[in-house]
Design a protein around this ligand. Structure first.
Ligand SMILES: *Cc1c(COP(=O)(O)O)cnc(C)c1O
Length: 814
């Protein structure tokens, strides 16, 4: 793509203010981190309720970006770049995409539906890619922002597009339709998810169907509610399990050995098709995919040979701990240029180690001749500052010379044979390969070996929860996020990096050590240490951490060291006790505090804080108000008498929710970030961050009268199927959770814990659950939730989260 700035101004109907009207753009970006940002990038400064990309423009100009679509020009950026001023940058992005789409005239498949969009899209890509150069939306880019970005990635070499559209309320689909303009429509499934945004099912169907208003054909499961909304231009092409008059009538399904055989009638002939799935949703998605192949006129033998190779789609770019302190990003399931770009961005944003290696297979489906393709890939890899490339495959081996510092192997087996010589340590490794290369074997080799229990942390959920709380803040109120105790057990450094990206104002930790390890990990944000011991003051100063000072004794000790080091205006935080009676200056010591600090230039009162004892409890509302009032009074006094302008803050998570008038200058977000609220209604609005998972080690059937576990505390009254899970109280599962109180989830069903929890294992009742050894087990997550467990154990979610032992591996994903 190459579009002139002049043309862009016309497309967007923008006002232009800039330095060079004769330039062109070849890349679109909305992400300030993206390394593809360059001189020929057109950056759209999107604004959301909590984030405004206009803030990043200054940095982007410094990094060479020249062209911006904005709603205003930030003061410091005037006369330094080209600005296209519009009313709404998101609308502009959509207009741009819609114009860009109109330049191409090949078939475009548009998918929508409540479930299955992403899977059907990935499967169609797999099924059709032998014959087409497919462009598809990456991951599940199906939103008002994701769709335009996906469409803008089309290039001259493509000859088939597959894009998904997701909506959550009315008036969204019309916009997406204009951008995708599908010629072939697929309605995957209209289940009941995301119903909140619609008054009823009918409205939801009607809105989804808008995607197909200009399509030549619509593929759907036969349904008269849907048919009401098929436009006159569109040919229906339906399938059904029940209705014989559907175009494709699936009259029988047989399942055996994890396979399903479908028997169907099409154009008066009967056919059979074997697919490697038995679950209802996968079979339905496979039928949707089959419909497309039939529509394209494929022979039944070709259909069979391709569809029997369908695979379960794991769409996540998983970040895992590797051997020798490496960090690995597992993308071992696809290899095309577009998804390589995304994976490199993830590698970049993770920014854990300076040293970076990419293990890359041959790349398929680019549409470009190999020469050109590998030149582009090499360029991309160089611009991402990758230190080492390990290419695996015949083709990439031929183009080895294009890359700097590149080793190649013809096959994955060759690589594995030479694994020991490759010396992986203290680096980030992206593993990116087409399925046929079976890079999962490489992942297994590189992954740190621990037992099979993991705490999975959903980084997107953290971002979501952060924004949820930010949206409650008045303009200009700052936010400190508490990452003490390894981010409430969820992982300190990874979460701090994410928060840094989101430009929170402060981090808070409990002890100096925690702050030092964040600074050593490259965190630049200011960090307040809640509980600095006098012995750690030197280290605090050395690592530029900021201590909370809560007593005269502590103040004098800190001043002594700070003076020795000749510090000037070193930031400290003054904690006052307003009723919690834990740490803090009491009211009667405040005068002496002021006297000590008056005229002192060694330290600077960066902030004044206090902590509430009952912000989560309506019963103590008056007490909470009295704390806030006392805080206001004491902090005002310090501020006025010292003539300083410190940041004032008192609210924790439930304070943010319950005392919006007491936000002062900053709030301190803790548990809410991790998806837990003390309020039932608010809980529904947060996303689950941590899922503690394990697997079934062994299954046995015991007769009535036998017992399970230590002390025979479970006696079977009838024949019972027992599964053993390798997680116990040493991993942080309370013993009190056993003996009929607690349960785990297996296949989305509850399996009660039998007898006592052991040190490293527990046993559960799976009599009613169809399951096998090796199956996944959820200890907590969506069900049971951490809050539920806490309630049953008469404690609070904080304790459950922070009890998960450090021997449990943390896996981060987006
Ligand atoms: C832990 C902590 C917080 C955060 O509390 P949450 O209830 O988790 O939001 C805020 N301030 C101080 C002083 C804390 O110790």
């Amino acid at each position: 793509m190459s579009i002139s700035i002049k043309n862009s101004i016309a497309i967007l109907n923008a006002t232009w203010i800039g330095i060079n009207p004769d330039t062109t753009v070849d890349t679109i970006s909305i992400d300030s981190r993206s390394l593809q940002n360059s001189e020929h990038t057109l950056f759209f400064a999107l604004t959301g309720p909590n984030n405004d990309a206009h803030h990043y423009i200054n940095d982007l100009i410094a990094n060479g970006v020249q062209n911006f679509v904005v709603t205003f020009i930030p003061e410091e950026c005037k006369d330094r770049a080209n600005f296209l001023i519009v009313e709404n940058t998101l609308v502009a992005l959509q207009q741009f995409a819609s114009y860009y789409r109109s330049l191409f005239h090949f078939p475009i498949i548009g998918l929508t539906g409540s479930n299955g969009k992403t899977i059907v899209k990935e499967w169609l890509n797999f099924l059709l890619s032998p014959d087409y150069n497919v462009i598809r939306s990456p991951k599940s880019y199906n939103s008002q922002v994701g769709v335009p970005l996906s469409v803008i990635a089309i290039n001259e070499k493509h000859n088939l597009g597959i894009f998904e559209a997701g909506i959550s309320t009315v008036n969204e689909m019309d916009k997406l339709e204009k951008i995708i303009k599908p010629t072939i429509g697929i309605l995957t499934n209209i289940g009941s998810s995301h119903d909140e945004g619609f008054t009823n099912l009918e409205e939801k169907i009607q809105q989804k169907m808008l995607l197909f208003q200009n399509a030549a054909v619509l593929i759907y499961q036969k349904n008269s509610e849907v048919e009401k909304y098929i436009s006159a231009k569109t040919n229906p092409f339906s399938w059904s399990y029940k209705e014989e008059n559907a175009d494709v009538f699936v009259f029988k399904k047989e399942t055996e050995n994890q396979q399903t055989t479908l028997f169907y009638t099409y154009k008066n002939n009967n056919y059979q098709l074997k697919i490697p799935f038995i679950d209802k949703a996968s079979v339905e998605n496979a039928v949707s995919s089959l419909m497309v192949l039939l529509y394209f006129g494929y022979e039944s033998s070709v259909i069979q040979s391709r569809m029997e190779m369908l695979f379960p789609v794991e769409m996540r770019l998983e970040v895992k701990n590797g051997i020798n302190n490496c960090s690995i990003i597992d993308d071992s399931y696809s290899s095309d240029f577009q998804s390589l770009k995304i994976a490199l961005d993830v590698l970049e944003s993770q920014n854990k180690f300076k040293k970076k290696t990419v293990i890359l297979s041959d790349i398929f489906q680019s549409g470009f001749p190999n020469e050109q393709l590998y030149a582009k890939v090499a360029q991309l890899i160089i611009s991402n500052k990758i230190n080492r490339v390990i290419g695996i495959g015949e083709t990439i081996s031929e183009f080895k010379d294009q890359f700097l510092n590149c080793i190649t192997f013809k096959t994955t087996a060759d690589f594995i044979a030479n694994f020991d010589k490759l010396d992986f340590s203290n680096e980030s490794i992206l593993i990116k390969g087409a399925r046929s290369f079976q890079f999962e074997e490489i992942v297994t080799l590189l992954e740190e070996k621990t037992h099979e229990t993991v705490l999975e942390i959903n980084l997107n959920a953290i971002s979501y929860n952060l924004n949820f709380f930010k949206s409650k803040l008045k303009p200009k109120v700052k936010i400190m996020v508490m990452v003490k105790a390894f981010g409430y057990g969820n992982g300190g450094l990874e979460i701090a990096k994410l928060l840094e990206h989101h430009k929170v104002d402060y981090l808070g930790v409990a002890f100096a050590d925690e702050g030092i390890s964040l600074k050593n990990g490259g965190i630049k944000l200011p960090i307040m240490v809640l509980n600095p011991e006098n012995t750690s003051f030197s280290a605090i100063i050395q690592h530029q951490l900021e201590p909370e000072i809560y007593s005269l004794k502590g103040l004098h000790a800190f001043l002594k060291i700070a003076k020795q080091k000749n510090l000037q205006h070193f930031p400290i935080h003054i904690k006052v006790d307003t009723g919690m009676h834990r740490l803090g200056f009491e009211e009667n010591t405040v005068d002496e505090l002021i006297a000590t600090l008056k005229g002192n230039s060694t330290v600077k009162v960066q902030s004044i804080l206090s902590h509430m004892a009952t912000s989560d409890d309506a019963k103590h509302y008056d007490f909470a108000l009295s704390q806030i009032q006392l805080f206001d009074r004491l902090s005002s006094k310090i501020r006025n008498e010292l003539d300083v302008k410190p940041i004032r803050h008192i609210l924790n998570t439930s304070g943010i929710s319950n005392f919006p008038e007491a936000q002062f200058d900053m709030v301190r977000l803790g548990i809410g970030l991790y998806g837990v609220s003390n309020d039932e209604n608010e809980q529904k609005e947060l996303e689950t961050v941590g899922t503690l998972k394990s697997i079934i080690s062994q299954i046995r059937i015991i007769p009535a009268g036998d017992s399970v576990g230590y002390g025979r505390r479970f006696m079977a009254e009838k024949q019972t199927k027992v599964a053993t899970i390798p997680i116990g109280y040493a991993d942080g599962i309370s013993r009190a959770w056993g003996n009929g109180i607690g349960f785990v989830s297996i296949k989305e069903q509850q399996a009660p814990i039998l007898g006592s929890v052991c040190m490293d294992m527990l046993m559960v009742d799976v009599t009613q659950i169809e399951c096998a050894e090796g199956d996944d087990v959820i200890i907590f997550g969506e069900s049971p939730t951490v809050s539920y467990i806490a309630q049953k154990l008469h404690t609070i979610p904080y304790e459950i989260l922070t009890s998960i032992s450090q021997r449990v591996k943390r896996v981060f994903y987006r």
